[in-house]
Design a protein around this ligand. Structure first.
Ligand code: GRF
Length: 189
């Protein structure tokens, strides 16, 4: 069983997975500026840049991504989206059924971009983190784990981001360990 992580940006969740002993085989990144690439180099995790700017359109980028995934992984391997900012097309989801995403809200609330800001603007008192399998609609698919985060009266974006990240960095590795155990019958300390 192989594990590939897809990330587009900072990569703190990718790092939290690696630091918590998730056996990540490969990081795939669509942005050459992404700090996730630096983290991969520092942690000695193999990485592959598929720069979406090198492609005329998203369809061609996704074709390349699909080709690369098929060359690198088996269909039942685990693909983890950790801050991957692009939609995975249906043909990739049909081929790879085990694609897991992390989203910084309690889905189905606050789908899409800027979920943390959306929760603040709406004025909810509780938001959180969701880990789910993906399907072809954005931020839908079977929910695997959720954890709530309280929004205090004086909360601002930065303070809430810190709280959400802290929950993500422990819930994500814990949940991936559970998936590895239940689906692939391997246990990780
Ligand atoms: C996280 O908040 C995750 O929930 C969302 O994108 C963010 C990625 O952060 N999907 P990082 O790149 O892992 O630091």
């Amino acid at each position: 069983m192989k594990i590939a992580v897809l990330a587009s940006g900072n990569g703190s969740n990718f790092e939290a997975l690696v630091k918590n002993n998730i056996p990540v085989d490969l990081l795939i990144c669509n942005d050459e500026q992404a700090y996730a690439l630096t983290r991969a180099k520092k942690m000695n995790i193999p990485y592959q840049l598929i720069n979406d700017k090198d492609f005329e359109n998203n369809k061609l980028y996704n074709q390349k991504l699909f080709e690369f995934l098929k060359q690198t992984l088996q269909a039942d391997d685990l693909i983890i989206l950790a801050g991957y900012m692009k939609l995975i097309p249906a043909e990739i989801i049909d081929y790879f059924p085990n694609i897991v995403n992390i989203h910084p809200s309690l889905l189905p609330a606050f789908k899409g971009l800027n979920a943390i800001e959306q929760a603040l603007v709406y004025g909810v008192k509780v938001t959180g983190v969701t880990i789910h399998y993906i399907d072809s609609k954005m931020d839908e698919g079977v929910i695997i784990a959720q954890q709530a985060v309280t929004i205090d009266d004086d909360e601002n974006f930065n303070s809430l981001l810190v709280k959400i990240n802290a929950v993500e960095h422990q819930l994500f590795p814990k949940t991936i360990k559970r998936i590895i155990k239940e689906k692939y019958e391997k246990s990780i300390d």
